[in-house]
Design a protein around this ligand. Sequence first.
Ligand code: SF4
Length: 411
Amino acid sequence: MDDSMRIKTPEVDIRGIKIGGQNPIRIQSMTDTDTADAKSTVRQIIELADAGSELVRFTVNTNFAAQKVPEIRKMLDAKGYPHLPLIGDFHFNGHTLLDEFPEMAKTLDKYRINPGNIGRGASHDPNFKKFIQIAIMHDKPLRIGVNWGSLDQDLLTLMMGKNAKKVRPLSDKEVLIEAMVKSALDSAQLAEKLGLPQNKIILSVKMSNVKDVVEAYQKLADHMSGHPFALHLGLTEAGSGISGLISSSAALAVLLNQGIGDTIRISLTPEPKSSRIQEVQACKALLQSLELRHFQPKVTSCPGCGRTDSKFFQKLVAEVNKKLETKLKNWIKKYPKVTELKIAVMGCVVNGPGESKYSDIAISLPGKTEKSIAPVYIRGKFLRSLQGKDITDQFVRIVEDFIAKNYIGNN
Ligand code: SF4
């Protein structure tokens, strides 16, 4: 995506991490521990932060959880994470908790509220007002996170009623999407009227269907043109495994490619006993594949087929990836731009030399019927052919040599 296509949103500062404007698309995630269990929560926050989550959210749902927030902050500071922004996720009782636990309100770096979960009828606006007053008092940014599973029912009923009276009524789904957008924008407008500045507000309109969520964010982006807010993107209830990954990536890729979105979360249901960090890894892989951010050198490889020795080919790709992973931390310290390096590992001569033109370093293995040599290319130009049993080591040495010569300092 050309950066000039990105929607110009105000920059929101969250404990020094800036979201919106021309800042990189930020990655965030959420814990699934009981926040009242401070030790487990801190452990998971650190795991997520180490994986690359630049902000971490956790639920603040009870008095016990609220009491533990300052302790969680102190533990993180002591463990070397004083820079990490913490976001409190509030539903139903958030306005009361923030009011009754001012230390918690002061400690958090951002609040997430859901306009559909802050009381219905006459209690909605006073509760919302309380959130805003507390955010202003503590100088905190706020995400107004609309979710279709908990959309403001009063607003939806009103809009459905009005739609039914139209000559050409919209479908229920269309009204639902319009209600999502209206809920976010009306809430943002009210927050500003109450004194919360535009650069303290982030909006989201999450749905669980790819097409719907794309449409909702596109509509939101259209409606807020002229007075934009930073946007948090996410597909809600995306599911787990490959299906969750693909659905989230499909939705977010379309939006990011259209310049919509300033921060992302890929919500995945982890497999039992598996790590929560998969959602952070997915965000990084998505941003890297869209070339919006670079976290590690990119290894392009063909799928392999009957033309090549698949066993050897797969082993070579796996070993190159593994070597890069183990050396990455040190390389980044020495050569920060190494994350932009492009390597191609190809199975045979069919696409090997062609692909090498688009890579910094490429190796093309011999196909089964070809001479047993593996030509290496540097930026499209033939360097030399490798042969023998230690082709992987030879190739990795060429990569290291190339990095040392080409990525000194910031160049
Ligand atoms: S590059 Fe060669 S080995 Fe790889 S998929 Fe294409 S034909 Fe098969």
